[in-house]
Design a protein around this ligand. Structure first.
Ligand code: FPP
Length: 227
């Protein structure tokens, strides 16, 4: 969801206005994904590196996140959306973390769509934390040896109960992955949109999904092997 700050700057607004508008767009895209029957939608809302932004901006983003969780809890329930979060959640302010966990608990039985917020998220950090969990388990001596396969390792990531990523959409004209779902997106399709996130719309989202449907995902094979 890149480009909130630049969207605001281009209009002479404070960056915060870009984030406010960005949240409205997020809501529109969540609703669109739910309507279209998408089972898993993940929003990269706050990266581990975003902690290094000016303290006032971090504070505002945490307040916006808190307001989003409190205001949208009922809408999530009405739309059968399960809220999930990935990232180093221990770094979130206590109050935000409590509300986040509460809404996750309140929505845990919903089956319409899983909405995952990547918060304080960095893919390298997630992979290292996963390795830490494996090593801690191994050092407890529970098992003399353990299988180290791709499937097994995936279960130690924050996304353990989620499928691999099919499509990543990044707005704002930047052509970077920026530490997002590196392991899970190994075979993802990427679509880069030139517009800033606040200018992204349901229509553009549908166009991106249509573009995705034209892609041939070969996973290293050749076309003739796919039928
Ligand atoms: C990208 O724009 C946006 C962010 C880094 C933060 C978005 C997160 C929130 C508004 C908080 C909660 C959101 C939801 C949906 C629950 P940028 O600031 O990187 O823009 P720039 O690259 O133009 O400066």
């Amino acid at each position: 969801m890149d480009g909130n700050g630049r969207w605001a700057k281009a209009r002479g607004f404070h960056r915060v206005e870009g984030h406010r508008m960005g949240i409205n767009v997020s809501e529109e895209i969540i609703t669109a994904a739910r309507d279209l029957g998408i089972q898993y939608l993940t929003l990269y809302a706050f990266s581990k590196e975003n902690w290094d932004r000016p303290a006032e901006e971090v504070e505002v983003l945490m307040q916006l996140l808190k307001a989003f969780l409190l205001e949208k809890r009922q809408k999530m329930l009405d739309n059968r959306i399960r809220l999930n979060a990935i990232g180093d959640l221990s770094r979130l302010p206590g109050e935000v973390r409590e509300i986040l966990f509460q809404v996750m608990k309140d929505t845990e039985l919903q089956t319409g769509m899983t909405l995952t917020l990547a918060l304080s998220y960095g893919s390298r950090d997630e992979i290292l934390r996963g390795i830490g969990k494996i090593l801690a388990e191994a050092s407890k001596g529970g098992r003399a040896s353990f299988e180290l396969s791709e499937d097994h390792f995936s279960r130690y990531l924050d996304t353990a109960d989620m499928p691999d990523v099919d499509l990543v959409i990044r707005t704002s004209g930047e052509h970077r992955v920026s530490n997002f779902l590196l392991w899970q997106g190994a075979y993802a399709e990427y679509i880069f949109e030139d517009c800033f996130w606040p200018d992204f719309t349901r229509e553009r989202f549908v166009f991106a999904l249509e573009e995705y449907q034209t892609r041939e995902r070969r996973y290293g094979k050749i076309s003739e092997q796919l039928t």
